[in-house]
Design a protein around this ligand. Structure first.
Ligand SMILES: [Zn+2]
Length: 553
């Protein structure tokens, strides 16, 4: 019997969407499973993405030995470059996962320093106290895996993102055989994807979108403009096959679309019909009913190819009357307004728009309740630990599993980011918490302090008031009338009375202050700020950012 205990610590992805990251610790050694990015939950001006807070990483940097990746989606690999800048440890993942990562390494200047190691499903690797085996699972992307980590305390299975797709378009089905073998030998804990734990039944196969897409090819009178996630390899294969069958040439639009199709093709994840691609310039010579534009930007990102097509910003091409626009993707929470604008643009330009509210042009990549049940029944874990999902999905996962009688209700553990779940061969309990959170990242990959984002939010709500006063450093007297500059606060021309009142208030504050206060600029600035703050709040109920500036004359 092992003396030491195993610790499982989620550093992201539990209770929130995205930012999946988890630490496994045993005997002074730690491996990290996935390091993903997410989007800010709150309004955060100038913030591009969020990544997990790395305080834990900093604290245990000497014992971290590897990063183990399940698959290549952004919410699982997007924080890896940032993590490697903290701890440069080897990274393990499938070829496709690593190929997606390599593009990021170029942008982050990590190509020479990063140590990456490609694995194949069913490869086993000893990483210190842990023996890791990757097992193929089906998802919306290809080359996805679950991992089994054999530790001195027992076997931990992490599902990654998965569904049980028996008829995937590309690659094999979920490796239930190996998962069952682990179940036969005994699994201590299963950490399983909860994204679709609220959905009854089974999630449909990636193939299930083919009929609706075929209908589009059959009926579209003019061009087809299709947008999906550029990593949705199954979806891309269906589209390429239909384009070949219906005699349409394909224009790839958007950097990530071009890059990801090239990567998937080079790793033989895609079987691309010969001569199917044409350039945007060549496309202008081709009849509209023989064209398919395949564009990045299904989430309505304003800088994406899809939005450019819909708003006439593309050099050669634009959405026009008679086009059929297909949005073959889910709406990521938070992106709904942007997608809605995109759809409106397309309609206004005379196109017909088909998304999953119209026909089945999208299926989820995550397992529903019956898929979860299949995984639990294969692995038969002692403890079930729901991961990947908001709280309500984690609790539904627990409720579903327990009402099915496939797990002892006392053995389902819903934990929070930062909770230290300590496992022995017979017990599981949360014994401590580690610091967790999120770090804001801007478009140039720099960290932005929370305080900066808070200031930006403050400015965006109530604007700014700058009061400029010239004070004689010896006498403390005002040398001229105070000046007021405002932005995003009031319309200055229409609010002359308000401004002159603010000026008068500043003047009064300075002249009624003691001599010592007048010549101590820090003190007089704070007095001016408080006087303006009280007056503005009382008179119009607003809280602009107030910046007093004292000029020495
Ligand atoms: Zn995924």
């Amino acid at each position: 019997m092992s003396e030491e205990k195993l610790e499982i610590i989620p550093l992201g992805g539990v209770g929130v969407f995205g930012m999946n990251m988890l630490a496994l610790r045993y005997g002074g050694e730690t491996i990290i499973i996935d390091a993903g990015m997410g989007f800010p939950e709150e309004d955060a001006p100038g913030v591009d993405i969020v990544i997990p807070d790395f305080t834990f990483i900093d604290q245990y940097r000497d014992e971290i030995s590897a990063i183990v990746l399940t698959h290549g989606h952004e919410d699982h690999i997007g924080a890896v470059p940032f993590l490697l800048k903290e701890v440069n440890v080897p990274v393990y993942g499938t070829h496709l996962t690593l190929a997606f990562l390599e593009g990021k390494f170029e942008e982050h200047g990590l190509v020479d320093s990063a140590s990456i190691h490609a694995i194949e499903p069913r490869d086993r690797l000893t990483l210190g106290n842990f023996e890791v085996e990757w097992m193929h699972v089906t998802h919306s992307l290809t080359s996805c895996t679950a991992v089994a980590v054999t530790t001195p305390v027992g076997v931990i299975i992490h599902s990654g993102d998965f569904k049980i797709d028996e008829t995937p378009v590309v690659g094999p089905s979920t490796d239930l055989q190996r998962l069952t073998e682990y179940g036969d030998r005994g699994v201590l804990a299963l950490l399983a994807d909860s994204t679709n734990a609220e959905r009854p039944g089974r999630t449909q196969s990636e193939r299930a979108v083919a009929p609706a897409l075929e209908k589009v090819f059959e009926e579209a009178p003019g061009r087809i403009v299709l947008s999906c996630f550029t990593s949705s390899v199954h979806r891309l294969q269906i589209v390429f096959d239909l384009a070949r069958d219906y005699g349409r040439r394909v224009v790839l639009l958007g950097r990530s679309m071009l890059r990801n199709v090239e990567i998937a093709d080079s790793l033989r994840q895609l079987d691309i019909p010969d001569g199917i691609f044409v350039t945007p310039a060549e496309a202008r010579q081709i009849d509209e009913d023989q064209l398919l534009l395949l564009a990045a930007g299904c989430q309505g990102d304003p800088m994406s190819a899809m939005t450019k097509l819909a708003t006439d910003q593309h050099k050669n091409l634009f959405v026009a009357e008679g086009d059929t626009v297909v949005l073959s993707a889910r709406q990521i929470p938070g992106n709904e307004p942007a997608i809605s604008r995109l759809i409106s643009h397309c309609y206004k330009r005379g196109a017909k728009v088909i998304d999953s509210s119209v026909d089945r042009v999208h299926v989820s990549g995550h397992g529903s309740q019956e898929d979860l049940k299949i995984l639990i029944e294969a692995t038969r874990p002692k403890f079930l630990v729901p991961v990947h999902g908001e709280h309500r999905q984690l609790y539904r996962h627990r409720d579903w599993a327990t009402t099915q009688g496939i797990v002892d209700p006392r053995n389902v553990i819903v934990f929070e980011n930062g909770d230290v779940l300590e496992l022995s061969e017979t017990s599981a309990e949360i014994t401590a918490t580690e610091p967790v959170g999120r770090t804001f990242i801007d478009s140039s990959y720099e960290h932005i302090e929370d305080l900066v984002v808070r200031d930006r939010k403050h400015l965006s709500y109530d604007g700014i008031v700058v009061a400029i006063v010239a004070i004689n450093p010896t006498s403390g007297a005002l040398e001229s009338e105070p000046e007021m500059v405002t932005r995003g606060f009031i319309h200055e021309e229409d609010s002359a009375d308000m401004l002159s009142e603010l000026r008068r208030l500043v003047e009064e504050t300075v002249t009624t202050a003691t001599h010592e206060e007048q010549i101590d600029y820090a003190v007089i600035k704070e007095k001016i700020r408080l006087a303006l703050k009280r007056y503005i709040q009382k008179s119009i109920g607003r809280r602009p950012m107030i910046i007093p500036v004292v000029v020495e004359v």
